[in-house]
Design a binder for this molecule. Structure first.
Ligand code: ADP
Length: 243
């Protein structure tokens, strides 16, 4: 089989916060250019830790992380951003005292084109933010704030966007609209790693997914394959069907 080169390859990675306590325990993960890959798994499985480690916020104790053909282990987040990867954390992902407009401008070190053109492209994607552009980010609703956080990341024109539970604390209706946005961003050619608690919904729109458990990749497959795998269903998707 001739596989295209993955955009990101994580191999046998161990990492943690405290000396001698590995949260990631030999995790393997890949994303190919243009893919939308979902990471699910129980609370505490290490999903956020994986996202932080890929983005250079934690340094692996062992293993390999190759992004866009280069080993990025040991690089700092700001260096990783320059190579075309962005990360939207679950919380504290906007500057509350700055306006929407200022938040977007903070996000940019314009790669190509003008700042205004870039902003216009972001506002076209998030029309809701246009009405709010002079408003402080701290006054936005949860859903709007999440859109702004994604908008900020997109100002960097990344090849790879990592979203850590963008639907956390949103109403079911808002979850749907955030998921639609994610689909749209992905359809513009940006590869996306999506860490999610809404496992069924996320897998339903994903190209592929991983189930993480105790810091290891336990299952990997296409979205439909994971959704239809009885073991995954029983252990990780809850008893309810079709949600
Ligand atoms: P998930 O995203 O799958 O819910 P996390 O990656 O957030 O899991 O957490 C995995 C483990 O790492 C948990 O046991 C958690 O307590 C621990 N952990 C997370 N963040 C920190 C931190 N900043 N310092 C120490 N331990 C942490």
């Amino acid at each position: 089989m001739t596989d295209p080169a993955p955009l990101l390859r994580v191999e046998d990675v161990y990492a943690g916060y405290i000396n001698d306590l590995d949260i990631l325990q030999g995790v393997n993960f890949k994303i190919y250019p243009g893919e939308l890959v979902v990471v699910i798994g129980p609370n505490g499985a290490g999903k956020s830790t994986l996202a932080k480690t890929i983005f250079g916020l934690l340094t692996p104790r062992r293993g390999t992380i190759v992004f866009d053909g280069k080993n990025i282990v040991g690089l700092k987040s700001n260096q990783i951003v320059q190579r075309g990867m962005c990360y939207v954390p679950q919380i504290a992902n906007v500057f509350p005292s700055l306006t929407v407009d200022e938040n977007l401008e903070m996000g940019a070190f314009v790669r190509s084109g003008s700042l205004k053109e870039l902003k216009d492209r972001i506002y076209a994607l998030f029309p809701r933010l246009v009405e709010r552009r002079k408003q402080r980010a701290g006054t936005l609703s949860g859903g709007e704030r999440q859109q702004l956080a994604m908008g900020r990341a997109l100002m960097l024109q990344p090849k790879l966007l990592i979203l850590d539970e963008p639907s956390a604390a949103l109403s079911p209706q808002l979850v749907n609209s955030v998921f639609e946005l994610i689909k749209r961003i992905n359809s513009e050619g940006i590869s996306i790693i999506l860490v999610e608690q809404n496992a069924r919904k996320a897998l339903a729109m994903a190209d592929r997914g991983y189930v993480l458990e105790t810091g290891r990749d336990r299952f990997e497959g296409s979205g439909p394959d994971l959704l239809n795998d009885p073991k995954v269903g029983e252990l990780y998707l809850g008893a309810g069907r079709g949600h």
